[in-house]
Design a protein around this ligand. Sequence first.
Ligand code: AMP
Ligand code: MN
Length: 216
Amino acid sequence: MESGQLSRAEALACTGCRHACHVMLFSDTKSQLFGQIPIRHIILMQMRFDGLLGFPGGFVNPSKESLEEGLSRELLEEIGVAVPILEENHVNSCYAPPSPSSSSSSSRLILHFYMKKMEEEQILDIERAAASTAVDHGHEVLGMVRVPLYQTKNGGGLSLFLSHSFIGNARLQLVDCLLRFGLIPAKHLHKALIQAETMHKYINLRYKSEYKTHQQ
Ligand code: AMP
Ligand code: MN
């Protein structure tokens, strides 16, 4: 196991731990943006209630349901479709990075990540249901978003997307899956990550200087 990673069985053996499961649902597509930029894959993420980007899913109680049943239940609430998730869709499990709000006495959280390839038509159905029948729409979930895998000439696309703020380790999960399943050439991803870091720093610096100006 990679450092910090647990097997599914090791994770389930932790009796005092809490568990959360999230999934990357995606499809291939032949569609093109503006009729000329190939989209290649539709990868679903969501804008959460807290303004962070994340994958659909949530807390699961393994004493009452399997991890995969719990994840399907969460998907019904968040995207309006109880997409069946199988053990073979499991990608990895790891301890959640410590968050500023969690006290040292709260039980450890284990994050389980899944990935499921679907047909394009099924993904389009999910996008429709997520904005209409999903009970969490407008509450826990502000909307589904697609991950742009392309770069535009003016620096938009994947690098700008990666410069946003993500919940927990969602950014890492996304990057890992893009590489692991060959959804984007490694050198394109590497370049986008470097650009994203520069943009993030630049945005923060500009914000700080604007804030100072307003204070004066
Ligand atoms: P949720 O109910 O979806 O907010 O998820 C339960 C917990 O999982 C929260 O404490 C999140 O901070 C955490 N979490 C970790 N990784 C992710 C992820 N990739 N997407 C969404 N939530 C995540
Ligand atoms: Mn959730």
